[in-house]
Design a binder for this molecule. Sequence first.
Ligand code: NAG
Ligand code: NAG
Ligand code: NAG
Ligand code: NAG
Length: 478
Amino acid sequence: MNRCRNQTGGSTTTTATSATAEEPHGYLRRRNVVMATVGVVLLAALYSVHPGYYSARGSSVDVESVTGPATQRQDQPSGDLYSVVFDAGSTGSRMFVFHFKLKDDREGESVLLEREVFEAIEPGISSYAKTPSEAADSLAPLLQKAVSSVPVGQQNATLITLKATAGLRLLPKEKGDQIMAEVRDLMKSSPFLLPDPSKIMVMGGEEEGIFAWVTVNFLLDVLWDSDPDNTVATFDLGGGSMQVTFELSDNANLSDVQVRELYKLKLLQAYFLVFTYSYLGSGLKSGRLGIMGRGEGHFAGLSEQAEDDGNVLLSPCFPAEFNTTWRHGEHIFLVKGTSTSSSGLKLCKQAVDNFVHKGSFIKNKQLHQRELHLFSYYFDVARWAGLIPESATHKLMTPADFLQAAEHYCVKENMSEAYPFLCMDLLYIYSMLTEGFGLAPDRQCHVEQKILGREVSWSLGAALSTLSQRFTFSAVYL
Ligand SMILES: *[C@@H]1O[C@H](CO)[C@@H](O)[C@H](O)[C@H]1NC(C)=O
Ligand SMILES: *[C@@H]1O[C@H](CO)[C@@H](O)[C@H](O)[C@H]1NC(C)=O
Ligand SMILES: *[C@@H]1O[C@H](CO)[C@@H](O)[C@H](O)[C@H]1NC(C)=O
Ligand SMILES: *[C@@H]1O[C@H](CO)[C@@H](O)[C@H](O)[C@H]1NC(C)=O
C-alpha cells in the first residue's frame, strides 16, 4: 500500500476555490485503500462540485491539505502526538485534548487515538457580545486544563485550534469579530503551536458537518470501506444549526437533491462524494425561536407575532398559566403558554410542523438507505426525557419514541420542571426526522454521545486534520 503523499498527486495546500465544473457523476474513483486500523486521515481536497452555488454564497471551506504520517517522514518527534481543539458553540465552549500514538505495523505508520481529555463550560462565547473580553476570560480555565493535559516537553509542538460555530454566525459581524479578536489573543498567549492565528475563526457549517462525519466514520472504522453504502450518515443537532452529512455512491440519483451541497473529499487515495448541509436556524434553540414565531438564520425575517412587545413569546407548547424567562444568545425572552386543554400536544405539534415545513430538509433515497447516527441535542433531548438512562451513551431509537415521550410530557400535569421546553423539543425532533427528512416513524436510528468511549463531535475530525497538517511542513512533502 502506498500512502506516500507525493505520489497521491495532491498539492500541499488546497483552498476551497476550484472552478472546476466537475460532473458529480463519473469521477468517483473506487477506493483502493483499505486500512484495518483506520489511523491516518488525509484531507487533501475538499471543494464543492457545484462551484456556482458555492461561490454565490461567498463562503469558504477552509480545510487544509493535510496528510498523515507516511513511512518516509523524517522529523518524527516521538511516538506521542497531541492536538488541542476548542469548540466554541452557541450554548457553551468545549475543549478537547486528543492524544494520538504513532503506530508501526505492516502497512507502515498510522495514528491511533490513545486518549481524549474533555472539558466544557457554559455559556458560549456568543453570550459576551456586550463584553468581548469576558469571552476570552471564560475560556481561560479550559486552556489551563489543556496545558496541564499535555506534557511540557510536547507543548510547543502541539497545535491548538479553535473554531466557533452557529452562535457566533448569528451575531452581527462586528460583534463576532471583536469576540474572535479577544479569543485569538488568549490562544496566542498559550504555550501551544499556533502558526496562523487567523485560522481561529468562525467555522462554516459545511466544515462542521464534514468533520463530524469523518469522526463518526473513523470511529466506526467504515471510513475506508470499499462500499460507500457501508458508510453512515450523520445528523448533528446543535443549538443554532443542524447538519446532515452522508456519502453518495457513484450511481447516486441526484435529481432529488433539493438543497445542493455536494463536496468532493479526498482522504488518502480515496475520493468521496459527500453531501453536507447546515440548516442554519434549525438548531434546537433556534428551532424553539422559530416555532414560537420568530426566526433566525435561514428564517430571519420570519415573524408571525408582529404586534407583541418584542420580548414576549406566546406558545401553545406550554399551559396557559405558565411563563418562564428564556435566554437565547443576547436576548432574554418571556415565554408564555397559551394552551388551555389538558394536553398541549395537538396545537404544539401544529406549530412545530409549520416551522419544520419551512425548513426544506433533504429527502434523499441514499440518505434513507444509510445507517443513521444522531448526536448532540438529539441525544440530550432523549436523555432529558428519560429515554436514555444516565449510564448509557448510546441507544437504538426510532422517531416514534420521541413522539411517544411527547405524549407524556405535553400533558400539563406531567410537564417537566427541569426542562419546560421538552414537549416542544421532542415534537421538533420527531417532526424534523419524519416530516422534514422523510424518515419512517419506526426507522431505527443510533442516538449517541460516544462511540467506543469517544466523544462524538466534529472535533476529532478536525484534530486529525490539524495533527496531520504539521506533517505537510516536512520537506518530504513539499
Ligand atoms: C520547544 O521546546 C524545547 C524545550 O522544551 C526546545 O528545545 C525546542 O527548541 C522548542 N521548539 C520550538 C519549535 O520552539
Ligand atoms: C431520479 O429520481 C427522480 C425523482 O425521485 C425520478 O423521477 C427519476 O426517474 C430518477 N432517475 C433515475 C435515473 O433513476
Ligand atoms: C408568571 O407566572 C407567575 C406564577 O407562576 C405569576 O405570578 C406571574 O404573574 C406571571 N408573570 C407574567 C408576566 O405573566
Ligand atoms: C402523567 O404521568 C404519569 C406517570 O408517568 C402517568 O401515569 C399519567 O398517565 C400521566 N398523565 C397523563 C394525562 O398522561
